[in-house]
Every structure is written in structure tokens, then in C-alpha cells.
Design a protein around this ligand. Structure first.
Ligand code: 7GP
Length: 794
């Protein structure tokens, strides 16, 4: 390979400012500096990227492909700087030009190409795949508009389109030469053995590549995102006739495919455009994978030895029938062989058991868009029924195509994302398939990348850790255990406490400047940040806060532990209940924050437009992590891991990965409350369970009464009647039934926090014992158990 010498970062910045952006330092705006620095960093990433690619070809190693409709990558500049260990050099270089490092970093748009946990997990996985040196590609869609921007008007959520591409973006390489035609609709031609699909409509998928560099720049993989284009972008004939709208129509239509990210996480909507997006991503990725495989290896029967394709939930599940179609219809392999090769190659991760999130498509829509695939689904289903005569469930029941069943049948492994979730998969949604294929389901508990979620976002804590135990923890997170002996040392605990305190002061200042919100860093920072959903129970949190407020009012001198409650999270635009909860929190905050009797002790804020960058500010400053879902509903959670790692103990239920976090950090360092998943199922069968819980707890009764009477919505007293009706009636997520125990746990938190040293120890133990929750560990698990892939690092 051609070798170029690496210029200093300072020279590289100046060079890019001059020759890539045509600016001199006097005239450069912030964005120019950000771009120049990004290009300087990117050049170094490219070096690592080429080396990794070369090595992958040389060794003929197996490659991993992660197919996902979402990659919630956030900002990438700091990631690159941190992973290349350029922080000091970048700061120094910028200060030579009189530029502030943090200001430059925060100029970068936050790429929100995902909704929540599933998308953020995909982003952590990409980084870990590079850090551990596993040859891999991520495949996704280059949405023009990521997740909407959220603001509040009178406390109500308002959505605006998000435009991450509105500013210049440094990280992608357009690959105009990598394009595939993706077809929809049309008809299927059957002549004896030969079957051919003739699509009625075609668009082109064009590749955009983003290199993803691992820690210390030892490896870099590719995130390849597809963008929709018209095959004949412009209708000249229409233009010449003066019909400019019709002239541009083909392009507009094709672009629609990659225009917006669907803003729903846990509800499946069954929209035609969504199915088109799913096929668009999957078909383009498979074409690309097979082209690369053909060039390198040729013999399709070797596909499972050289290629592992992971389906991130069922969204790319059409990969099963599509791969069979290519191998059988296009490459002429017998159907059975095509099936075997496809199943040897594909594996599937389930991210939720919520019935409303399990994708299923009406056969009319499916057959209209993908006529050949519908036939193949039937053939796959029949073959499965023949091989498993005791089977009772079909993936083709009720004129639907059930994507979960299809994914399960087409995968060699199916995994859950926490121990509890994996067990529940076996006993609930996939119980029959599990009985038929008892070795297929495996667990891979989620993790988070410690580079972004500790080293980059919490430099003060990272510094203390490295000072104490060296820097081996950064890519071997279990080394954090070495901190335990220090926790006995009161001098060290003081330092740990000061780190947390400085992070809280920084957040306080930032909230003051940004939102005009005045907070006292001495308060307990209690944080719940995640998508808005009834199962995540932000309403349990706010109702407890209201009850707490009442109690303080009645007895202001009882020595309350001052607490700041922070919320952030977006609600799906059509999820009206969740939007009501946002408004209730905002309304309650106005009343409670303005109560002079209590506001020394309790303050509430809902920060708008939650995204990755905001999480990076909040996590390091948290004292308490709220993980309070109805047990059995949160598949894993990953925010819970970020908080524990950064020294915020959890108040939480035995749900998802909370269970494993509690096992690791120790039950005495975790505030447990609430029913277990089993108790939840039982309680639902009890008649009037909500009413009984309310009658038994006057605090809960009076909080609900205040909400119902319009105490927080005086201009519209019945604003929350629907919310309260729901809680007093069906209360499917058991807010009322878990309230009393949640209140108890929160009062235990108050008492524990009053003992500063005790609390600091507990926080430090959370950090020291969270090493297992690194996504490096998770990725190694997938490599060993599912992909049979090797690291190519020495
Ligand atoms: C989420 C789960 O809700 C969360 O518990 C888990 O940690 C995360 O995936 C990563 O595994 N699910 C989604 O974000 C989602 O969109 C619908 O699920 C398929």
C-alpha cells in the first residue's frame, strides 16, 4: 500500500481549512473549523480502515454483517479523537488557532438515525466490533431526516423535522459506483422449474460509507448506509413541455424511500412505505454481500463459512426469503440447498416481547409489493410444517406474514438481550418454536461502549480511574474491579465524590445557560431518560414526585433530602397517552418548582429533545438512575448500564438487565422495588387491582386526586381525566400496584444519600462492578456463540 507520512494534527487542520474548504483562519466560521478538524481526524481513520480491509482480504476471514433499520450514532468527531488518543493534541492545536475544543465538538449535528435502545445498541456494537478487531459491516438506511426534533409549547410535545444533513457532515464517503437496482411489485413468471420475478417498479440504492474506528485505531470497519435514487432521475420530455413538477417526479418518488425514519419504537404500524424501506435496505445489503463474497470466494456453498448476517430485530427479516430467492431463482440451487445455506448464514436478535411491536404484514400488501417473496414464505412455512409435524403455529395465519416466526425459522440462532428476556422468549412468544428447536435460542446480554459512555463523556472519572489502576480498563472493562480496594480509602472516596460533584456543577451551569433552569448541585440528581412509554412508567415517577411534594408541604421541617428530578425522552407522534405524560410532568414541574415552601427540597424538569448528546451530558452527573419498568416488559435496557458505570445506583424493578446489574453490583448497592415478572402476570388477574392499591395507600389516592382535580392544569381541569381513568381502571402496567413499594424505595434513597460517604462508596462500587456491561464483552459473545467469527488483531 502507498505510504504517506502523517502530518501533525495542527498542520492537517490548517491544510484542510485552506485546501478542502477554501478558508483562511481569519475568515473561517465555527463550522469550517469543525470540518477541518474532522477531516484531519478522518484522514487518520482512513489509514486504519485501509489496513483493516487489506488484512480481511489477505486472511480470507469470515465477515460479520449487521443489518439494522437504525443506527443511533450521534456525533462522531469526539469518538474519532478519543479512539485515536488525540484529545490533548486536538485541544492544543485548536487553542493555537484560538478555538475552543468543546465548542467545536458541539457544532457537529447529532445523527439520530434511530429511535432508542435498538438503534443505540447497533451503534455501540459497531464501535466494539472495531475495537475487538472483528471484520464487519453495518448496513442501514441513510435517512435524510432522522428522529424528529422535540420542543414544548405549553408543556406539550411538538415535533419538527430533523435535518442532520442541513449542516456539512464530515464522515461519509459517497460511493456513486456502488449502486443496486431494487424492485417492487410486478409479477412472477413460472416456467416449469424456472421462476423469475419481474418487478413493476425499480429504484436505485446508492452506498454512503462511514468508517468506524476502534480504540487505539487498531481496526476500522464500515457503516454502509443506502440512499434512494431514481434510475432515470429526470424526465426531460416533461421538462421540455413545461411540466416541471412531473419532470422531477421520478427522483422525488425514489428519494421518499430514504426520506424519514419511522418514529415509532414499540408499535408496529404496517405501513407500505415501511415495508419498502425494509426490503430496500435488505436487498441492497444482500446484493453487496454476495458481490463481495463472489469476488473473493465464489462457491456459494461456502457462504455460511465466510459470512454471518445478523438481523437486528425482524425489520430486515425479509433477508430470509430474499436470500433463498437469489440462491434458488437466480443462481439455480435447489430450494432445500438454498434454505440450508440461508439458515447457515442468518441469525436474529429479538428486542421486545411487546405484542404490538411484533411485525406482521397483511398478505395483500406483502404480496403486492413482494409477490415472489410471498410465495417463498409459503414454501418455507410448508417445509417447516412438514419437518415438524407436531407444529401448530404458522407464520402465515390470519392472512398475515408473521415476521418473528419467519425470522426464527430462517435463523441458525435467535438471541434475547438479557437473561430474563431470553427466558421469557422461551416461555412466551417463541414457546412452540423453542420446543421444536431447543438449541436455537441463546442469550447475549446487551452492553455499552466504555469509550463513548465513560472515557469520552466523563473525562473526570476516566482520569481518576486511569490514575488509580492504569488505562487497561478502556478496552478490558472488567479491570474496573481493581478499583475495589481503593473504595476503602477515604481520601480516594473524596476524590470520587469530587468528580461526581464537578460533573453535577457542570451540568447545572449548562442547564442554567441553556434553559434558564436554576438548580443546586448539592441536590440528589435523580434522572429518568429514555423513550416515553407506559411500560417504562415515567408516570409512576411523576406521581411519586407529586406525593412526595405533598408530604414535604405538610411537614417542611422534617429534614428532607433535596432532590432534582430530571426527565428527557420523546414520545411517538401518534402515542397520545405518552404525550399526555410529558405534559403532566411539565405541568407538575411548573406548580412544584414555584412552591416556595418545597422548592428547596424538590425540583422537576423535563429537558427537551433528548438525544445521544444530551445523554452524554446527563449520565456523568447522575446520582440516581430510574429503571422502573413493569417487570417483564423492558427487554434489557442499556441506559441502566451507562448510569451504573458512571456511578449512579439504580432504583429499579427486577426487569431486563436490571437483574444482572443488581447481581453484579450487589443487592446492597441497588434500590430494588416492585413485583417480579411472574407476580405481574398474577396481579393482572386480580379484579380491581388498581382500586385496591389506591384504597390501601392514601398518598397515592391523594396524588391521583390532585391530578384529576386539575391542580396542575387549572386552565383545563379535566386535562388528565383520561390518564387518571386509565390508572384507576385497567392500569395494565400496574403503576398503582407498584406505587407503595416504589415510595418506600425512594425514601430509602433519601436516607442513604444523606450519608455522603456511604453513598459515594455505593456509587463507586457501581462503577467498579459494571465492567461486565461493556459491549466488547457482548460482541465477543456473539462472535463465539453465534457468528463463529475471529478477531484479526494480533
Ligand atoms: C429496545 C428495548 O426496549 C430495550 O430494552 C433494549 O435494551 C434495546 O432494544 C436494545 O436491545 N427495543 C427497541 O428499541 C425497539 O425499537 C422494537 O424495539 C423492535
Amino acid at each position: 500500500m502507498l505510504q504517506l507520512s502523517t502530518p501533525s494534527l495542527r498542520d492537517a487542520i490548517l491544510r484542510h481549512l485552506t485546501y478542502s474548504f477554501g478558508k483562511d483562519p481569519e475568515h473561517a466560521i465555527l463550522e469550517d473549523w469543525r470540518m477541518a478538524l474532522s477531516y484531519a481526524v478522518r484522514d487518520r481513520i482512513v489509514d486504519a480502515w485501509f489496513k483493516a480491509t487489506e488484512k480481511t482480504y489477505e486472511t480470507g476471514a469470515k465477515r460479520v454483517y449487521y443489518l439494522s433499520m437504525e443506527f443511533l450514532i450521534g456525533r462522531l468527531l469526539e469518538d474519532g479523537i478519543v479512539n485515536l488518543e488525540l484529545v490533548e493534541e486536538a485541544k492544543a492545536a485548536l487553542s493555537e488557532f484560538d478555538k475552543d475544543y468543546h465548542e467545536v465538538l458541539s457544532d457537529e449535528p447529532d445523527a439520530a438515525l434511530g429511535n432508542g435502545g435498538l438503534g443505540r445498541l447497533a451503534a455501540c456494537f459497531l464501535e466494539s466490533l472495531s475495537t475487538v478487531g472483528c471484520p464487519a459491516h453495518g448496513y442501514g438506511i441513510r435517512y435524510e431526516h432522522g428522529l424528529f426534533r422535540q420542543s414544548f409549547v405549553d408543556g406539550r410535545q411538538v415535533e419538527q423535522p430533523e435535518t442532520w444533513l442541513g449542516q456539512r457532515h464530515a464522515w461519509e464517503f459517497e460511493r456513486p459506483e456502488v449502486r443496486y437496482r431494487i424492485g417492487f411489485g410486478g409479477h412472477v413468471d413460472m416456467r416449469g422449474e424456472t421462476v423469475r420475478w419481474y418487478p413493476g417498479e425499480e429504484v436505485e440504492a446508492e452506498a454512503f460509507d462511514t468508517p468506524v474506528v476502534g480504540f487505539r485505531g487498531r481496526w476500522a470497519n464500515t457503516l454502509r448506509l443506502w440512499s434512494g435514487r431514481a434510475i432515470h432521475p429526470f424526465d426531460l420530455d416533461a421538462f421540455n413541455h413545461g411540466d416541471y413538477a412531473r419532470a422531477a417526479a421520478p427522483e422525488a418518488l425514489a428519494r421518499t424511500i430514504s426520506r424519514v425514519l419511522y418514529p415509532d419504537d414499540t408499535t408496529e404500524q404496517g405501513k407500505e412505505l415501511r415495508l419498502k424501506q425494509e426490503y430496500f435496505l435488505t436487498a441492497a445489503a444482500l446484493r453487496d454481500i454476495l458481490r463481495r463474497f463472489n469476488n473473493q470466494f465464489g462457491d456459494l456453498r461456502k457462504l455460511p463459512d465466510k459470512v454471518a448476517i445478523q438481523l437486528n430485530d425482524t425489520h430486515p427479516a425479509i433477508a430470509g426469503p430474499e436470500l433463498v430467492r437469489i440462491l434458488h431463482d437466480e443462481r439455480g440451487l435447489p430450494f432445500e440447498d438454498a434454505m440450508e445455506i440461508a439458515r447457515g448464514t442468518l441469525s436474529y436478535t429479538n428486542h421486545t416481547l411487546m405484542p404490538e411491536a411484533l411485525e406482521s404484514w397483511g398478505e395483500d400488501l406483502f404480496g403486492r409489493l413482494l409477490p415472489r417473496h410471498l410465495q417463498l414464505v409459503d414454501q418455507i412455512d410448508n417445509a417447516h410444517a412438514t419437518q415438524n409435524p407436531s407444529r401448530t403455529q404458522s407464520m402465515r395465519a390470519d392472512h398475515q406474514v408473521k415476521m418473528g416466526q419467519l425470522s426464527f425459522v430462517m435463523a441458525h440462532h435467535v438471541n434475547g438481550v438479557s437473561a430474563l428476556h431470553t427466558d421469557l422468549m422461551k416461555t412466551t412468544v417463541f414457546s412452540e418454536l423453542h420446543r421444536l428447536h431447543p438449541d436455537r435460542i441463546v442469550n447475549e446480554t446487551n452492553g455499552v461502549t466504555p469509550r463513548r459512555w465513560l472515557l469520552a463523556c466523563n473525562p473526570a472519572l476516566a482520569g481518576l480511574i486511569t490514575d488509580s489502576i492504569g488505562d487497561g480498563w478502556i478496552d478490558d472493562l472488567e479491570q474496573l474491579q481493581k478499583l475495589e480496594p481503593f473504595i476503602e480509602d477515604s481520601g480516594w472516596i473524596d476524590r470520587y465524590w469530587n468528580v461526581k460533584k464537578s460533573n453535577k456543577i457542570e451540568l447545572s451551569n449548562w442547564m442554567g445557560q441553556t434553559y434558564g433552569l436554576h438548580t443546586d448541585p448539592e441536590m440528589l440528581f435523580d434522572i429518568q431518560i429514555k423513550r416515553m412509554h407506559e411500560y417504562k412508567r415515567q408516570h409512576l415517577n411523576i406521581i411519586e414526585a407529586i406525593a412526595h411534594w405533598q408530604e414535604i408541604r405538610e411537614n417542611p421541617d422534617a429534614g428532607w433530602t433535596p432532590r432534582l428530578k430530571l426527565f428527557a425522552g420523546k414520545a411517538a407522534p401518534g402515542y397520545f397517552f405518552a404525550k399526555d405524560i410529558i405534559r403532566l410532568i411539565n405541568d407538575a414541574a411548573v406548580v412544584i418548582n414555584n412552591d416556595p415552601v418545597t422548592n428547596k427540597y424538590l425540583k422537576i424538569a423535563f429537558l427537551p429533545n433528548y438525544n445521544v448528546s444530551l445523554a452524554e451530558r446527563l449520565v456523568p452527573a447522575a446520582d440516581l438512575s430510574e429503571q422502573i419498568s413493569t417487570a417483564g416488559k423492558e427487554a434489557s435496557g442499556t441506559g441502566n448500564m451507562k448510569f451504573a458505570l458512571n456511578g449512579a445506583p439504580t432504583v429499579g424493578t427486577l426487569d431486563g438487565a436490571n437483574v444482572e446489574i443488581r447481581d453484579h453490583v450487589g443487592p446492597e448497592n441497588f434500590f430494588l422495588f416492585g413485583m417480579t415478572a411472574e407476580e405481574v402476570m398474577e396481579r393482572r388477574t386480580v379484579e380491581n387491582h388498581a382500586r385496591r392499591a389506591i384504597d390501601a395507600d392514601p398518598r397515592l389516592a391523594s396524588a391521583l386526586k390532585l391530578i384529576r382535580e386539575g391542580r396542575f392544569s387549572p386552565s383545563e381541569p379535566d386535562r388528565y381525566a383520561g390518564v387518571v381513568d386509565n390508572l384507576e381502571g385497567p392500569d395494565f402496567f400496574l403503576v398503582c400496584s407498584d406505587f407503595t413499594d416504589y415510595w418506600r424505595a425512594q425514601r430509602e434513597v433519601d436516607t442513604a444519600f444523606a450519608d455522603r460517604t456511604g453513598w459515594a462508596r455505593m456509587a463507586a462500587l457501581n462503577t467498579a462492578r459494571s465492567g461486565w456491561f461493556s459491549s466488547d464483552r457482548t460482541i465477543r459473545g456473539y462472535m463465539a456463540d453465534i457468528w463463529k467469527a475471529q478477531s484479526l488483531l494480533p
